[in-house]
Design a protein around this ligand. Structure first.
Ligand SMILES: [Zn+2]
Ligand SMILES: [Zn+2]
Length: 557
């Protein structure tokens, strides 16, 4: 058998397939025992209220660490957190290059500087249309429209087969501040029948019919809303959506209004956009200090906090504790965004506060003030038509999105639709097949400054504490079982009512246990310890209806 015939091309999703977030996938090429690997994206998911204290979650890269010598490079499709947020946490240890476009590279550098991160990675700038080689792979970035500048699909070619890894994309014919998806190049890829082509594709909006509206439509809506507003207009959006910010600035200029910007991430990202020449011809963006000096009907405020973040500008304005900015009755506040699942409540809270101030709220429900950066069903169909894939592997979605996307692909007549999940090994060539759960994968938590597995993290104990509080008892007994010091008591997180204190209850329980035990037995610290533990848990449970966490320290002196 010729060597070429033994070569396999495989895809291993480590994160982002079966969930929306923490995207990370590996492509391996070569005979099974000597494959070379490249990694595409290295993102995070944000921890929710079910994970107290955990800010970020990322894919466990154990599989890659086990073959680190054969892992050649990381390629970033774009600089959304779910695609590049874990680079500085996970990648430095590999000591291999990262390929990214200029904007993504600048975003990474700014993140590193802003968060004071010591670790660094070696970045090589890639440009759409300029293919480069990494081991047996040839990689070409292809410009796609999305909700951030410089988003790319990747054409990954090997001698045996090719992959079009779409990243996040849409077919927006009129994006703002970024060229449209390079359809001509996609059609060329489809026309090349030299080797089989796998399409690894965004499933986020695979349940939505039609096509995503264009960024230009949003721009027109925002322009009208700004032009006709009687007083102040404030807009909150994703800071990374440079095109959206540009639309707002253009609309403000047309309406004869000045733009004030508030929020660290907005300043950071617009600084990068300016440096890269993306803001050419736009009027200056003023700092929040200018806010008070501009007439009410001559201002547009752009601010951060569209996800309800408590410390961001819009939350502070809504609470009335922003140092410089306030909104009053008759002002207009536009949410040019959507709430990522888990953030809805916090966003609604802010909107309610603003409504109570008499501020007019405009969201997606009132008009086309936001669009998704992901393809709907008709756009997916068009992409199949452009690239004519032999295989489809839906990614970037929860199970329901992946399933809908797979069905769409089958209905469109794609020969092989492979439904995979994180940890599967997907053979793309030869004989496409999914080998379920072949690969160890999982999550890592960033717990404060500590990167750890869910088991290693303190989350389980933290959750238990949040539910049951904590009772701590400490006392000293001597050799004949007499209490010579204590008991000292510390209680936290248990209810305190006026008629009976749980502190008193615990104290009574302790003295009851001490009285019930003969002195000889009390000198056995282990026996005393366990008797106190059980009695306190049972008594508190009988009163409160919940078992607290109990720590007893009995010392022998
Ligand atoms: Zn994404
Ligand atoms: Zn994205």
């Amino acid at each position: 058998m010729a060597k070429n015939q033994r070569d396999e091309l495989v895809f291993v999703p480590l994160g982002g397939v079966g969930e929306i977030g923490m995207n990370m996938g590996a492509y391996g090429f070569g005979p099974e025992r000597s494959r070379k690997w490249i990694v595409v994206d290295c993102g995070v998911t944000f921890g929710g209220p079910d994970l107290p204290g955990i800010e970020l979650i990322m894919a466990n890269p154990e599989f890659l660490e086990e073959r680190a010598d054969d892992v050649l490079a990381l390629i970033l499709t774009h600089s959304h957190e779910d695609h590049y947020g874990a680079v500085l946490d996970l990648w430095p240890g590999f000591e291999k290059p990262v390929y990214a476009t200029q904007f993504t590279a600048a975003m990474l550098a700014a993140k590193r500087a802003g968060d004071g991160i010591v670790e660094n990675v070696d970045i090589t700038i890639m440009r759409p249309g300029k293919a480069f080689d990494v081991g047996p792979f040839t990689i070409e970035a292809i410009n796609v429209a999305h909700s951030i500048p410089e988003a790319n699909a990747l054409l990954i070619s090997t001698p045996a087969a090719r992959v079009l890894h779409t990243g996040d994309w849409k077919l927006d014919p009129t994006p703002v501040a970024n060229p449209p998806t390079d359809i001509a190049r996609l059609q060329q890829i489809g026309a090349d029948r030299s080797t089989p082509l796998a399409l690894v594709c965004d499933s986020t909006n695979a349940m939505k019919d039609g096509e995503s509206p264009s960024e230009a439509d949003v721009s027109a809506t925002l322009a009208a809303l700004i032009a006709e507003a009687p007083h102040r207009v404030a807009v909150t959006t994703f800071a990374s959506n440079v095109g959206r910010v540009v639309s707002i600035v253009q609309a403000a200029a047309k309406a004869g209004r000045q733009v004030v910007m508030s929020g660290r991430s907005l300043h950071r990202i617009m600084g990068i956009a300016k440096e890269l020449g993306m803001l050419e011809g736009l009027p200056p963006l003023l700092d929040q200090d200018a806010y008070k000096s501009i007439a009410r009907n001559k201002i547009v405020l752009i601010c951060t906090g569209s996800q309800g973040e408590a410390r961001a500008a819009i939350a502070r304005i809504a609470r009335g504790d922003h140092p410089v900015i306030d909104l009053n009755a008759g002002d207009r506040m536009i949410f040019s965004s959507w709430a990522i699942p888990g953030n809805e409540r916090a966003v609604i809270e802010i909107q309610n506060r603003l409504i109570d101030k008499g501020v007019e709220i405009i969201t997606q429900k009132e008009g086309l003030v936001h669009v998704s950066g992901h393809p709907r069903r008709d756009e997916l169909r068009k992409l199949y038509d452009y690239v004519k894939p032999d295989m489809l592997i839906p990614v970037h979605g929860e199970s329901m999105h992946l399933q809908a996307h797979a069905q769409l692909g089958r209905d469109a007549g794609i020969a092989n639709v492979l439904e995979a999940r994180n940890g599967d090994m997907v053979r793309l060539f030869p004989e496409p097949q999914v080998f379920p759960a072949e690969v160890r994968t999982g999550e890592l938590y960033l717990d404060g400054l500590v990167l750890c597995t869910p088991e290693e993290s303190g989350v389980k104990g933290r959750r238990r504490l949040s539910f049951g509080g904590h009772v701590v008892v400490s006392l000293c007994v001597n050799g004949s079982g007499q209490v010579v010091s204590g008991p000292d008591l510390f209680i936290e997180g248990l209810p305190e009512t006026e008629d009976e204190s749980l502190g008193d209850l615990v104290e009574h329980t302790i003295s009851g246990v001490l009285k019930s035990m003969p002195p000889k037995r009390r000198s056995d610290t282990e026996a005393l310890n366990s008797a106190l533990f059980k009695a306190i848990r049972n008594e508190v449970n009988a009163y409160w209806g919940r078992k607290p966490n109990v720590s007893v320290f009995v010392h022998r002196v």
